[in-house]
Design a binder for this molecule. Structure first.
Ligand SMILES: C[S@@+](CC[C@H](N)C(=O)[O-])C[C@H]1O[C@@H](n2cnc3c(N)ncnc32)[C@H](O)[C@@H]1O
Length: 353
């Protein structure tokens, strides 16, 4: 089980290894992405549909419109928007659900490259990209072609999968299932202020939310790993970790650029306690948890997220079994100016039930 399944990496690896797996994520786009990546497809159907798309050279005026959201106006010029809607409307006419989802994922995956936005450093930046509208269709068809090659070669190597692998919409602090699992492999958001509802805003507003209010609602409901998330669940029976308490005192004393970061950190570990509690209650006896997480640094102070979580796991009924070093990650260019190069540890925290 992966309660923060994101891009579906754990689920895909499970399918590859012949292991049944379930994933959950709060972003509907992640759930869609994970499900499409792990599905079985009829290759001939995909190739045939791609050929039909290639033959279209006259588009009808789109009958739909994008939601009235400022970001979309900045992201796409009028011609690009028109061409994207035309492709989208053609995709919606594909009858076979699996094939339609496959083409829709290909479509969503080119949005950034045909927009005036760029996913960088945890934000969606506005950039100037000089998009040639005539190129969009070919870009889309090339992407679909590459995806077909991926699916085809995967099938040739692995044959028909016999596993049950699926992603569901859900919150890791209240997993919507009564199933029990033998192992949990997951990677929660890191407390580094990245807001996934902004990073994936284009994909979300194109297909999964109808307006800015719906997008904001998801933003407020995500784990408190960024300053805009709000407390969603009451936290009972949790005691703040002494190391964390000491580091927060130090941050308060030194002062931080954005004081909201302190509340964010407190909230992050409360939410992770709830997420670990949920993992523990859905894990069979002797089952293991492997959680990939990165340490973070604010105002020059290193927060050992891995060690703090390892301890909090005990409060959630999990026995710490070790912290494996995965790699070191560089700090942001902003922090680099003041604190020079001080990489943070990215680790895999292990527990047993
Ligand atoms: C670090 S990503 C996961 C990366 C993933 N392991 C992968 O391979 O792509 C964290 C994910 O947690 C999701 N998330 C944030 N808050 C959540 C919550 N309360 N419950 C479930 N998922 C949440 C985000 O939408 C994001 O997809």
């Amino acid at each position: 089980m992966d309660s923060f399944c994101g891009g579906g990496t754990t689920l895909l690896a499970c399918k590859h290894a012949g292991v049944n797996a379930h994933g959950f994520d709060i972003l509907p786009f992640s759930v869609f992405l994970s499900n499409v990546k792990t599905k079985e497809f009829d290759i001939e159907n995909l190739k045939e549909t791609n050929k039909k798309f290639g033959e279209i050279n006259k588009w009808t005026t789109p009958s739909s419109a994008l939601p009235d959201i400022l970001l979309l106006k900045k992201a796409f010029n009028k011609e690009t928007e028109q061409q994207l809607l035309q492709i989208k409307e053609q995709i919606m006419q594909i009858e076979d659900v699996e094939t339609r989802d496959f083409f829709n994922l290909g479509f969503l995956s080119i949005l950034e490259s045909v927009s005036n936005t760029s996913k960088s450093g945890g934000f969606l930046r506005i950039v100037d990209r000089n998009i040639q509208v005539e190129e969009i269709k070919n870009l889309f068809l090339d992407r679909i072609q590459k995806m077909i090659i991926d699916v085809d070669s995967y099938k040739k190597i692995n044959g028909q999968a016999k596993t049950e692998v699926r992603a569901f919409h859900g919150d890791a602090r209240e997993i919507p299932t009564t199933n029990m699992y033998d192992a949990i492999i997951t990677s929660p958001p890191y407390p580094n202020r990245h807001d996934y509802t902004r990073i994936y805003a284009l994909e979300l507003v194109f297909d999964f939310v109808k307006d800015n209010d719906e997008l904001k609602k998801i933003r407020y409901d995500t784990l408190r790993s960024h300053v805009e998330a709000r407390q969603k669940y009451e936290v009972n029976g949790y005691k703040i970790d002494p190391t964390l308490k000491q580091l927060i005192n130090q941050m308060e004393k030194n002062g931080v650029n954005n004081p909201q970061v302190i509340d964010m950190l407190k909230g992050y570990f409360e939410d992770m306690y709830l997420a670990l509690l949920e993992m523990s209650s859905h894990l069979n006896k002797n089952g293991k948890v492997a959680l990939v997480v990165s340490n973070v640094r604010f105002a020059g102070i290193n927060i050992p997220v891995d060690e703090i979580l390892s301890e909090i796991g005990k409060q959630a009924g999990l026995k710490p079994k070790g912290i494996w070093l995965a790699r070191y990650r560089g700090n942001s260019s902003q922090q680099m100016k003041t604190y020079r190069r001080t990489p943070s540890r990215e680790s895999i925290v292990i527990w047993e039930k």
